[in-house]
Write a protein that binds this ligand. Sequence first.
Ligand SMILES: Nc1nc2c(ncn2[C@@H]2O[C@H](COP(=O)(O)OP(=O)(O)OP(=O)(O)O)[C@@H](O)[C@H]2O)c(=O)[nH]1
Ligand SMILES: [Mg+2]
Length: 220
Amino acid sequence: MTTRVPIVENILNANDHLAEVNRARLDAAGVFSINIMASPGAGKTSLIEQTLPRLKERFRVAVVDGDIATSIDADRAAQAGADAAIQVNTGGDCHLDAVMLRGALEQLDLSRFELLIVENVGNLVCPASFKLGTHKSVLIASIPEGDDKPYKYPGMYRGVDALVVNKIDLLPYVPFRMEYFTHGVEVLNPGVNTFPLSAKTGEGMDAWLDWLTSQVKSKR
Ligand SMILES: Nc1nc2c(ncn2[C@@H]2O[C@H](COP(=O)(O)OP(=O)(O)OP(=O)(O)O)[C@@H](O)[C@H]2O)c(=O)[nH]1
Ligand SMILES: [Mg+2]
């Protein structure tokens, strides 16, 4: 007779429970939070760098940066004007989890912030399975990654609340069929809020900032 030991299920259930605890903590403090996910190099930190100075007059923002090693991204967020920037090193894990976010939240006086931006580890698979307790999840796709990614990584595209399509300044130089990409997205996540932009030139940033601002305000 075979006995099934649901270890993975149990780990995910424990994570989900802790994610709810994180959410309750953020709610109690009135902090709106997003979890930014993307493949390595898609432009997560670049988007955060472009977003922070533009929100400076409106909200106080904390950034939690997940990475396998180094504090490069948290240093960049601090440099760009984050009111607090915390680096979480996962020590090899390909994603953040709710325990890691809890550890970061414990280092923050949440009453000081209106917005928490979490940058997840660069990966298009693992972060989708681990809830953190954040209010909305944002996926960044970028033009040089190719237009087939929704088809190849459906789990990531299916569950997100917003999609940033970054590096549109590279469209003239890189083969990318926007219609094919958009069709793949629509099948998985119909009507998802989509923001084509360039974190390099700033083109398209306004629509992204308007959405983010309205989300923070609706929380308050
Ligand atoms: N041309 C162009 N380059 C960009 C844009 N956004 C980011 N980059 C470049 O892409 C590279 C990666 O950007 P990052 O912001 O570090 O990407 P990331 O997703 O945070 O990377 P990891 O944290 O390592 O996963 C850098 O060389 C950026 O300058 C863009 O809109 N256009
Ligand atoms: Mg980064």
